[in-house]
Design a protein around this ligand. Structure first.
Ligand code: GDP
Length: 210
């Protein structure tokens, strides 16, 4: 479901407005007070999360802070137009060999997910070139357990041939059906080529406070 023209325009305005870094949390004991609806972004390291956050907000380096060594294990919070908070969760599976979620990651994320009343949705990023990997399924399972509603977002769609794009989207749709907390609509995006960003913006903006 893509939004109406008005929804798309309202979302464009929201994302074109101010977006400020407000907080970096390394543990659930120091999360910022939740006063606004929140949408979190998560994915395997290298899935394209920083690029997507930058593309959505029209900033070149919004999410750079997350890439600073030593700060990658924190949740970074951004206030978008005083109406919604975007939470940049640490990437999982950062070590090449890691096939399962690191315990440290699970503990932080699970505590955050469970305890965050204002959390409206999580965007789970899937690299379209790789498709859903076991570690992504593990992360989805964790979200299912936390009963947090999440939307699956394919990234780097420009890397696929047009014929492969539909297949990737349909395949992820099948995956979504296997998970209790997955939102049925799949978002197919490319930060590089500006694909599917309007729809994702509209999806997030619909959750914002007025
Ligand atoms: P993160 O670790 O999830 O934050 O991922 P990054 O945003 O740093 O991106 C990881 C790599 O994927 C980088 O080399 C990016 O240039 C590349 N990348 C990110 N988004 C896209 C995209 O939309 N298309 C293509 N072709 N590459 C992308």
């Amino acid at each position: 479901m893509t939004g109406t023209k008005d929804d798309i325009e309202a979302a464009r305005k929201l994302f074109a407005g101010p977006c400020d870094f407000i907080w970096g949390a390394t543990s659930v004991d120091n999360l910022p007070p939740a006063k606004l609806p929140e949408v979190a972004f998560v994915g395997r390291s290298n899935a394209g999360k920083s690029s997507l956050l930058n593309a959505l907000t029209g900033r070149k380096a919004l999410a750079r802070v997350s890439h600073t060594p030593g700060r990658t294990r924190q949740i970074n919070f951004f206030n978008l137009g005083g109406r919604i908070v975007l939470a940049d969760l640490p990437g999982y599976g950062y070590a090449k060999a890691s096939k399962s979620l690191a315990e440290e990651w699970q503990n932080l994320i699970f505590a955050y997910l469970r305890g965050r009343a204002e959390l409206r949705r999580v965007a789970v990023l899937i690299d379209a070139r790789r498709g859903t990997m076991d570690i992504d399924r593990e992360a989805m399972k964790l979200l299912d357990q936390a009963a947090v509603s999440y939307a699956l977002v394919l990234t780097k769609m420009d890397e696929l041939k047009p014929a492969e794009r539909e297949k990737a989207q349909a395949g992820l749709g099948v995956e979504a059906k296997r998970h209790t907390a997955a939102y049925p609509e799949i978002f197919a995006t490319s930060s590089l080529k500006n694909l599917g960003l309007e729809e994702l913006k509209a999806h997030v903006a619909a959750l914002a406070a007025y």
